[in-house]
Ligand binder design. Sequence first.
Ligand SMILES: [Zn+2]
Length: 201
Amino acid sequence: MRAFLRFFRSALLLSGFALSMRLAPAAVTVVIDPGHGGADLGATDSYVYEKHINLDVARRLERSLTEAGFKAILTRSRDEFISLSERSVIANRQRKAIFVSIHFNSSYKTSAFGIETYYRSAGSERLAKFVQTELVRNCRLPDRGVKTANYAVLRRTKHTCILVEGGFVSNKTDRTAMCDPLYRQIVADSIARALVQYERS
Ligand SMILES: [Zn+2]
């Protein structure tokens, strides 16, 4: 697994991923929302807390997006509780932005694994598809597809918005992957790459 991830890291990063992806000067704002935080742990299993994984991926995404020429804003940058409505308020303060909520999944069925991306409004479907395609291609976890959901954070945010579930905390294979910083980097870079493609298309 490690050797495999290392290969992908070099393929994504060392080939000048960030530089080749650079956007035109007009910066696009991306509000990155690391799910849960503080007393809200999110999914947990075997001492792995979703809230920590979400924040780490969000920070990596912030760096990748900034390098690619985006303006990135985080709804939380440390381990603190923020309500769902506050997250949308932060996003809606921006006149124009893209909202990306970062989560990892959980199921009572520990065999459930893979990646899925959610959207709510029709205008967000295209972005969800770009993100899901890049994640599945680079992370090599099963494709659970692009789905619609009436999540509060998607309902209350006025911008193009998606919610990424980057693997299952409840599944041993996925959990092992997300505990590796290289995997978290690949998740972040895949989302960044998809955002560039979305902006260019
Ligand atoms: Zn979550």
